[in-house]
Structures are given as C-alpha cells and as structure tokens.
Write a protein that binds this ligand. Structure first.
Ligand SMILES: [Zn+2]
Ligand SMILES: [Zn+2]
Length: 350
C-alpha cells in the first residue's frame, strides 16, 4: 500500500511539475511576443529641432525663401510656407512609403513662381524602377489656404489629387458612415489612417501615420485659433480621435499653422511677422482637454495655454449688434440735442 501511495505521490508531483513547466513556458513565450510586438510597433524617431522662418516686419526689405524644408526622418518631410509668402504660413507634410507618397495639403499660394511647391516635392520624391514614386495629394480640409497649390500638381504624371468637396472626400476614402469609421491608405510598408474630424469645416480629416506615430491635424488642432463652425461636431471629432489614439502610440500632433507666440499670445490676424513663435508640436494632453473646452465654450472666445477657441461668425454678429447699438445711440443723441436747441431758441413756441 505504502509502495502504491509512494508511486502515486511521485506521479502526482511529476504531473504538477510538468503542468507548472508548461504554464511557465507559455507565460515566457507570451511575454516575449508582447515585448517583441511592442518593440516592433515603436514609432520611427525623428527630429523637430528646427527654427521656423518667422517672416519679417518688412518682407520687401527682407527677401527670403518661400518654402522651408525640414527632414523629420528620411521618409517624412515638414515644409513650411514663409509668412512673407502668405500670412497663413501653412505647414505641408510629405510622407514617403515604398510604393507611393502622400502629400498632406498644398498651402496658400497658387503661383508656382512665387511658391514652387510641386517642383520641390518632385525633387524630394525618390525613384522606383527609374520613375518618380507615384504621389497622392490629399487635404486636411477644403479651405483655400490648404489647397491653393493643387493646380501645380494637376497635369503631372503619376499624381492623383483627392477631390475637395465632402462627397468627393467620402467617396475617395470609401467612408460609409461619415463621420464615423476610419479609412486606411497603404503607401507600401507604411499605413496612414484617415479620421473624419468635422467641426472646423465639414470636410475636415486628420491623418495618423503609423510609421512615426504623428497625428497630422490640419486646422482641427494647432497652436493658434481653433475656428469653430460647428461646436457639437468638433467635440464629437475630438472624442473620435481620442478614442482612436487609445490604442495607438502618439509622438506629436502637427497642425496646419502656428498663430501664437511662445507665451500663448495670438499674432495679429494677417501678420507676416511671427517673432518668437510657439512650438509647432502639440501633445496628447492638448487633445484630451479639447472636448471639455468645447463643451464649456461660450460661443465667442476662450483662451487656453496652447490654443484659442473662437467662432468668427458669432464674433462678427456680436460686432454688428454692437455697431448697430452704437449707431442707434448716436442718432438718438443727435435728435435729442437738435430738439433741445430748437426748444431753447428765441421765438420757438413753448
Ligand atoms: Zn481651415
Ligand atoms: Zn488653415
């Protein structure tokens, strides 16, 4: 009996050891795969150590290059239009994959002599099979300062320009339930996710680059004035992007303009001179603060450390109401004055 008990105990212990070994092996393999996956999905690092062209108080006396080119990493370029070329001073982004390249926005200047955008982009494009890589030109939204350069690309071979109207955008990216859903662009070894972000403009989209972990946010989120066309849609867009980024690494949020000083003050609208600019890149915290900021927005103006919320239509209406009120007051005052003078004039019937 003792012998049987002993054998059973030994067999039980050996079974326990084998189970423990199996579990430990599985845990180790899972940990290895997890660590390996995390390591593989780490964004490619890049540099934003750059001093952007600040324009000038007198542009005619200070000639400067219309376009500044910054290599973030070998396959990602940030281009900035000089504030002297146009006060909007747009940022334009070029993302290069192994099969094609993506250009995000074409800026505020149409004239190729004043702004040789297409020529510059073609020079930056690498060759594949002795031909320039095909290029897709897309826009964050249809405002003219983000698409004025489109005609420069219209007749180029191997270039496709995404339409600017909402129907065209929806159809091109195959959005079925706009503004919900995410579209994907495959550039060859590089996927870019397209996220609908209406609110500033009904056609607005943001681009998330899986290679660098950058969100290209256009006018949806930038260090400047967030011009609100539809606050409810804007808030929904912010929540949509926050939700998307829960499962994606984020390195930077890069918008279409810089309109603030480093201290957070806005440059005068239309200014060609941007001394001491705010940094271009915003962070996840700026995005996560946006839904609450939009929820509490008074409909006119609200200042935050890295952006300003404003509704230009409401502000114009408010100015018009104030102007009319002042006019009514002046007319009333003049009439009252004339009436009094007539009343005090000699011979005026009392
Ligand atoms: Zn815009
Ligand atoms: Zn803009």
């Amino acid at each position: 009996m003792n012998w049987i008990n002993g054998t059973l105990r030994t067999a039980g212990t050996s079974l326990l050891y084998r189970c423990a070994w199996k579990v430990a092996t599985r845990v180790a393999v899972s940990m290895f795969l997890l660590i390996a996956t995390l390591a593989w999905s780490q964004p490619v690092p890049g540099s934003l150590d750059v001093y952007w062209n600040e324009g000038a108080s007198d542009c005619s006396a200070t000639p400067q290059d219309p376009l500044q080119i910054h290599k973030y990493e070998p396959q990602t370029f940030v281009l900035r239009q000089s504030p002297c070329a146009d006060f909007e001073a747009n940022f334009i982004y070029l993302l290069i994959g192994s099969d094609k390249a993506l250009l995000i926005d074409t800026g505020a200047v149409a004239d190729p002599k004043a702004m040789p955008l297409a020529k510059t982009i073609l020079e930056l494009l690498p060759e594949k099979d002795h031909k320039k890589l095909p290029l897709l030109v897309a826009h964050t939204h249809r405002h003219v300062d983000h698409r004025a350069g489109d005609p420069q690309f219209a007749s180029l071979p191997s270039v496709r320009v995404v339409p600017i109207d909402l129907e065209g955008v929806r159809a091109f990216f195959a959005f079925v339930r706009w503004p919900n859903g995410i579209a994907h662009l495959d550039l060859g070894g590089r996927t870019v996710d397209v996220i609908p972000t209406p609110g500033h403009n009904s056609t607005h989209v943001a681009f998330y680059d899986e290679r660098t972990g950058i969100l290209f946010s256009g006018d949806f989120l930038l260090p400047g004035r967030l011009l609100i066309e539809d606050a409810a849609a804007y808030r929904e867009s912010a929540l949509r992007v926050i939700d998307f980024l829960r499962t994606h690494p984020l390195t930077h949020i890069l918008g279409g303009h810089i309109e603030l000083t480093a201290a957070g003050r806005a440059y005068r609208f239309g200014s060609h001179y941007h001394p001491n600019e705010h940094r271009l890149e915003l962070a996840r915290a700026d995005l996560t603060a946006l839904p609450a900021a939009l929820e509490h927005f008074n409909g006119f103006y609200a200042r935050y450390p890295n952006y300003i919320l404003t509704n230009p239509i409401h502000n114009l209406l408010a100015l018009a109401v104030i102007a009319v009120a002042i006019l009514i007051f002046i007319v009333w005052g003049v009439r009252r004055l004339v009436h009094r003078r007539r009343g005090s004039a000699p011979g005026f019937p009392q």
